[in-house]
Design a protein around this ligand. Structure first.
Ligand SMILES: NC(=O)c1ccc[n+]([C@@H]2O[C@H](COP(=O)([O-])OP(=O)(O)OC[C@H]3O[C@@H](n4cnc5c(N)ncnc54)[C@H](O)[C@@H]3O)[C@@H](O)[C@H]2O)c1
Length: 383
């Protein structure tokens, strides 16, 4: 073999959107030997320039077309939710692979167009749900697959978070139905909804309620939600989610499988350990003694985002390895579409007061949620 045959393929990456989460992508690409970030893009050119300077990136631009013109192989989409579609469609048309932050879109139609465009163009479409890459989250997946838990029967998911008014007031797009597309479900609990559907499979029915308890003075969207989700396997999950909690109580996801064994994944308020804190398998219950002195509950978002960097790095590494192997990445746009469909069904159920039964799930009468469901939510959600 010649040396060139064994050399890893080099990739040129561009990042669109130089706000809070772009740091995670810059760190993640920086950790890989075979990727160079050649350009950053922001509609605020000064912000793009500052980012390029801080991270030693050769080009700073303010349009997607200019980033694509740099001849990139991969584009990371780190802009506000409703702008993702335009970036993804342009990247796909240019034959560029896409890594898009969650939620990939706030409307089903938009997400479907993005998935279809990437498929037609033959480019890979990765969706960022980095919490799947926690070792503890992977351990639960393995325990399902190897029979330790076996087929999941029940899940309880609690996403009880603190967000200060400044979080919503920081950017005009936050907290609006039009631009944020939803509240705690769309922006925070979507990560745990992704984990639920990864563990428990396809959804048959969703019943839910949303409400706005504490942030109603400055947001339109829900700050709290509850849901009962039934899966085609017959498994059931309950979900409670809120950003109206103070202090921050963190996140817990517990799964019980057909063997009777349970595992519980806890994300502490101060960040994202994502540790497995309860492992009730066989004759033993193991509870990990963590943070006996307590934790600081309401830490700032840059701390939380910073603690997610190792998991962004794992997902970005998986994505690049998939490009090398010519396979799909671990988490695709199609997976993201499933999570979006579930959370939109919570809004629809809250609006109508009836469960939403997913078409094709075998559940009767098999109605599906309309593609424009979010546009019809506000009056009910605010009530
Ligand atoms: N995976 C995670 O855990 C995680 C965490 C935080 C944010 N996110 C997601 O990342 C995305 C961005 O969030 P953020 O907190 O970084 O937002 P942000 O507001 O801090 O940054 C967004 C940036 O995009 C720029 N921008 C807006 N429209 C643009 C366009 N059309 N072209 C180029 N640049 C544009 C803005 O000027 C801003 O600098 C959101 O979808 C959010 O949900 C994911």
């Amino acid at each position: 073999m010649t040396p060139s045959a064994t050399a890893p393929r080099m990739y040129r990456a561009g990042i669109v959107g130089c706000g809070a989460i772009s740091r995670n992508h810059l760190e993640a690409f920086g950790a890989l030997d075979n990727v160079q970030v050649v350009g950053v893009c922001d509609i605020d050119l000064d912000r793009a320039r500052a980012t390029a300077q801080d991270w030693d990136v050769p080009h700073a631009v303010n349009t997607v077309d200019e980033i694509l013109a740099l001849g990139v192989d991969i584009v990371s989409v780190c802009t506000p939710h409703p702008t993702h579609e335009e970036v993804v469609l342009k990247a796909a048309a240019a034959g560029v692979h896409v890594l898009c932050e969650k939620p990939i879109a706030t409307r089903l139609g938009s997400a479907e167009r993005m998935v279809a465009a990437c498929e037609e163009a033959g480019v890979q479409f990765g969706a960022l749900f980095q919490r799947r890459f926690w070792p503890a989250a992977q351990r639960i997946r393995s325990a399902i697959d190897d029979g330790t838990l076996g087929r999941p029967l029940m899940a309880q998911c609690s996403v009880m978070l603190h967000r200060a008014p400044e979080y919503y007031n920081r950017d005009a797009w936050r907290g609006t139905w039009e631009n944020d597309g939803g509240g705690v479900l769309m922006t925070q609990a979507i990560h745990q909804i992704d984990l639920l559907q990864w563990y428990l499979g396809d959804v048959a029915e969703v019943y839910g309620k949303v409400n706005t308890y504490r942030h109603g003075g400055y947001i339109e969207v829900e700050d709290s939600a509850t849901a009962v989700i039934t899966f085609t396997s017959g498994a059931m999950a309950t979900l409670e989610a809120s950003t109206a909690v103070s202090p921050n109580l963190g996140i817990q996801l517990r799964i019980t499988g057909e063997t009777g064994a349970s595992a519980s994944l806890t994300e502490f308020p101060e960040g994202s350990d994502g540790r497995l804190d309860l492992w009730a398998v066989g004759e033993r219950i193991t509870v990990e003694p963590v943070h006996p002195e307590g934790v600081e509950p309401n830490v700032d978002l840059s701390t939380i985002n910073g603690q997610l960097i190792p998991h962004h790095t794992s997902q970005v590494r998986d994505f690049v390895q998939a490009l090398d192997a010519g396979t799909e990445p671990a988490i695709t746009g199609k997976d993201a579409l499933k999570s979006l469909r579930i959370l939109l069904a919570v809004y629809e159920s809250s609006r109508t007061g009836a469960p939403v039964r997913f078409a094709g799930s075998g559940a009767s009468p098999g109605v599906d949620i309309p593609a424009d469901v979010v546009t019809r939510v506000p009056a009910e959600a605010a009530g």
